[in-house]
Design a protein around this ligand. Structure first.
Ligand code: FAD
Length: 441
């Protein structure tokens, strides 16, 4: 066997030291797997940040905390070993992506960035003790906690729509088995059938998501089941990028998509999952072959139980640092937070995550956090080669609220050429590739 040089021996010592230290810093009751390659080792006295939720918000924040300060001990607790991006999940219905294409792992966070990734479910947070309790029985201590748990549904807002009903009428608003179920139902639907979608009230994750989904399903129908119809029953009177979507629908899918606003009788108030029938506030009933109910949303129960939500069901934060205004040392980012005029999107979650990472590092160092500008861009595909977008720039106003900067951003023009629409479809796919690389790579 080849003898180790002094240099190799010291390197090996460093690597095993990193493994033990991260394990101890992360979990109090049992060591957890540390990084598998030699990453800068946080010292025992390093401040500990725990991040809950490995979606666009949490994964990005954990990564950037380590990039901004490699001495920090960062533990990411995510209940699933893999993450499926909601962005791109509507494209599955148009046949442009598979769920496998959308699947991300946490190996780069763990191996490249030295994040201590723990696959477990957080059952509670003790904000007084600054500990996080996991379903496995372990406890993780923090100096600062970042929560990015995504959304939950307001079960009960639509009578008859509960978790059991999602097996007959999927929401597919969290990418995964629900997306696969809706796809299977659409594939089994006869030509000439009706697809019904119930779109939720604001605020909800991805405002242009419902019309993009309708577009992708229309593309599938046009190419595979051309006699079929789409009925969108909306709880609102308008929707994101409405003029652009309706213009494209008239052009690409004439007479296929009907949209009924809330005041026109579109608000679904009751469902019968067995007969695939929906009932609206105006008293009308509609029976579909496939029914997609996207329920009203709120922050997850963990945020409620931790005392982070207000009467709106979402989490108020200081919009500079994203620290909760209700519970100190806990930052809430992503969809669960109230972020002024910023929409609930993956792009926003990624942006806020980086700014929050910078703020946390500043707070540990005792220096003022930077004052950021935020950007959100949201692309939608109406057909595989037809894309539209909306973009916005946001800054903190004097009232402490993030506000849209007038004159910055905007919508795709309504008079764009088909070549420009095709270019935007390319940008949409490029956006997905780069946001995934930035958040998980
Ligand atoms: C159909 C659809 C299309 C979309 N398209 C776009 C798009 O094109 N562009 C865009 O910018 N946005 C898009 N979005 C929105 C985007 O997906 C969300 O805004 C984004 O995922 C929010 O990130 P997040 O970190 O807040 O939550 P999530 O990404 O949902 O991540 C939350 C994570 O927390 C984990 N978690 C929750 N509770 C616990 C717990 N107790 N313990 C451990 N882990 C937990 C979950 O497993 C999950 O992985 C789309 C959404 C949908 C539904």
């Amino acid at each position: 066997m080849k003898a180790l040089t002094r240099r190799e021996f010291v390197k090996l010592l460093g690597a095993s030291g990193a493994l033990t230290t991260v394990g101890l810093a992360g979990c109090q009751t049992a060591p957890v797997p540390g990084p598998s390659t030699a990453v800068p080792a946080p010292s025992r006295a390093a401040p500990r940040v725990v991040v809950i939720g490995g979606g666009f918000g949490g994964a990005t924040c954990a990564k950037y905390l380590r990039l901004y300060d490699p001495t920090l001990s960062v533990t990411l607790v995510e209940q699933n070993a893999k993450y499926l991006t909601c962005p791109g999940s509507n494209w599955v219905f148009g046949g442009m992506r598979t769920l496998d294409d959308l699947t991300q792992t946490y190996s780069a966070l763990r191996d490249k960035h030295g994040v201590n990734v723990v696959t477990d479910r957080v059952v509670s947070v003790d904000a007084g003790m600054r500990t996080v309790n996991l379903a496995s029985g372990k406890t993780v201590a923090y100096d600062r906690l970042v929560m990015s748990p995504g959304i939950d549904f307001r079960w009960g807002d639509i009578e008859g729509y509960d978790e059991a009903a999602t097996q007959a009428m999927p929401h597919a608003w969290k990418a995964g088995p629900q997306t696969a179920l809706l796809l299977k139902q659409l594939q089994a639907m006869p030509d000439g059938g009706t697809f019904i979608m119930s779109a939720p009230p604001m605020p909800f994750r991805c405002p242009p998501g419902p019309p993009e989904r309708a577009s992708m399903i229309a593309h599938y129908f046009k190419t595979q089941k051309p006699k079929s119809k789409i009925l969108i029953l909306d709880s609102k009177d308008n929707f994101s990028k409405q003029a652009l979507f309706t213009q494209a629908w008239d052009q690409l899918y004439p007479n296929m998509i009907e949209w009924i606003p809330a005041t026109g009788g579109g608000k679904v108030v009751r469902v019968d999952a067995r007969s695939l029938t929906v009932h609206t506030a105006s008293g009308s009933s509609h029976k579909g072959n496939v029914v997609n109910i996207i329920p009203a949303q709120r922050a997850p129960q963990l945020a409620v139980d931790t005392g982070l939500t207000n009467a709106s069901g979402w989490c108020p934060v200081n919009q500079l640092t994203f620290e909760s205004t209700q519970v100190p040392n806990i930052h809430v980012i992503g969809d669960a937070s109230i972020a002024g005029a910023l929409p609930k999107s993956g792009h926003t979650a990624n942006n806020i995550a980086k700014m929050t990472a910078a703020a946390i590092v500043s707070l540990f160092r005792g220096v003022p956090p930077p004052t950021p500008s935020h950007v959100n861009t949201c692309y939608s595909l109406v057909a595989p080669n037809y894309g539209i977008s909306i973009a916005g720039v946001y800054r903190l106003g004097e009232d402490g609220q993030l506000q849209g900067v007038k004159g910055a951003g905007g919508l795709s023009p309504t008079d764009a050429s088909l070549q420009q629409r095709s270019q935007e479809a390319g940008y949409a796919q490029g956006w997905h590739k780069s946001i995934v690389a930035d958040s998980f790579g």
